[in-house]
Design a protein around this ligand. Structure first.
Ligand code: ADP
Ligand code: MN
Ligand code: MN
Ligand code: MN
Length: 348
């Protein structure tokens, strides 16, 4: 038997953006535990804005498990929050009711700022650094500073060792701003891995006295970019059948459902989706081939392959909940694919 350190991780009840929480329990297993072997656990919901009435007990239900590369015999356990009966999802538990489909693939591009002493890493104490230009994909101390690359490389290695489908890194347009990409088949798998990657990044940066700022426009109405979480998506039908007619009705459904999408694409998005800095205005739907100023960018490859492949919704922001983003995208797609031969099957 080995004593494993199980880190149970969940989303708390804060709105509009939940925080990640985690606590450790030690349990003995013969081998690395499977999901089925991991017990339910409880926590004090009155300390996380999840308490109901007089009873403050909430239940943690393990839903995904990863090795924890930062700890000897460590296990990262993604959990859903349940009511004391252990079976009713807590109102803060969005994951329990999202649409999922393993044929629907998602690639999230998480942008964020490193923050130190209340400002982006690398900003001088007063005023601003050199304007944007050389930071995006930059190399060298004046572009990316001295510690950011160490952190993103360490984060990449942690994610890969945890079995998270981390797909890449780049320095972003603003000083102190970076991006990583997570790809997954199915909304729950992709979104679980995004939340876990966020957790690993936040835990990693503790020792550097650096915070992760996920707000979509931390520098307000200035010439500094905000942060998005572009959602690239495809369904089996989109990849294998597609077609111009299908594509146009899909874009029609996206336009129709604009408000439902914006509602789950992250708070304060009107501050970011202004029409400037490679964004489309939040209240007007648009799409365009290779157009980084559109709501949905249609890759050249999509058109060249006869309107088949994946699309990029550029509106979700860095604070958005990937569970709800993926689910809303699937919900809109299902309106169109239900009418089409070979459409997706979405399981609630
Ligand atoms: P850019 O910065 O040019 O918008 P990135 O390379 O940062 O693009 O991100 C592209 C994302 O698209 C990646 O996360 C990738 O996994 C995702 N992607 C690629 N093919 C598909 C597909 N068929 N379905 C869903 N996502 C996809
Ligand atoms: Mn990108
Ligand atoms: Mn980017
Ligand atoms: Mn993108």
């Amino acid at each position: 038997m080995t004593k494993y350190k199980l880190e149970y991780i969940w989303l708390d009840g804060y709105t509009p953006v939940p925080n990640l929480r985690g606590k450790t329990q030690i349990k003995s297993f013969d081998d690395f535990p499977t999901l089925e072997q991991l017990p339910l656990w409880g926590f004090d919901g009155s300390s996380t804005q999840q308490a109901e009435g007089h009873s403050s007990d909430c239940v943690l239900k393990p839903v995904a498990v990863y090795p924890d590369p930062a700890r000897r015999d460590g296990v990262l356990v993604m959990c859903e929050v349940m009511m004391p009966d252990g079976t009713t999802p807590h109102v803060s538990n969005k994951r329990a009711t999202i649409l999922d489909d393993e044929g629907a693939w998602f690639g999230f591009e998480q942008e964020y700022f490193f923050y130190k002493n209340g400002r982006p890493l690398g900003f001088p104490e007063q005023g601003y650094p050199e304007p944007q230009g050389k930071y995006y994909t930059g190399v060298g101390y004046s572009a990316v500073g001295d510690i950011a690359r160490t952190i993103v490389e360490e984060h990449l290695d942690l994610c890969l060792a945890a079995g998270i489908n981390h797909e890449g890194i780049n320095a972003e347009v603003a000083k102190g701003q970076w991006e990583f990409q997570i790809f997954g088949k199915g909304s729950k798998k992709a979104a679980d891995e995004m939340w876990m990657a966020r957790y690993l990044l936040q835990r990693l940066t503790e020792k550097y006295c650096i915070d992760i700022e996920y707000h979509c426009k931390p520098l307000g109405d200035t010439d500094w970019n905000g942060s998005g979480m572009h959602a690239n998506f495809s369904t089996k039908y989109m990849r294998e059948v597609g077609g111009k007619e299908y594509f146009e009705s899909l874009m029609g459904a996206f336009e129709q459902n604009l408000e439902d999408h914006i509602a789950v694409y992250g708070p304060d998005n009107h501050m970011r989706l202004t029409g400037k800095h490679e964004t489309a205005p939040w209240n007007k739907f648009s799409y365009g081939v290779a157009d980084r100023g559109a709501s949905v960018r249609v890759p050249h490859s999509f058109v060249n392959n006869g309107y088949k492949g994946y699309l990029e919704d550029r509106r979700p922001n860095s604070q958005g909940d990937p569970y709800q983003i993926a689910s809303q995208i699937l919900k809109t797609i299902a309106e169109v694919e239900e009418r089409t031969e070979g459409g997706i099957s979405v399981a609630a």
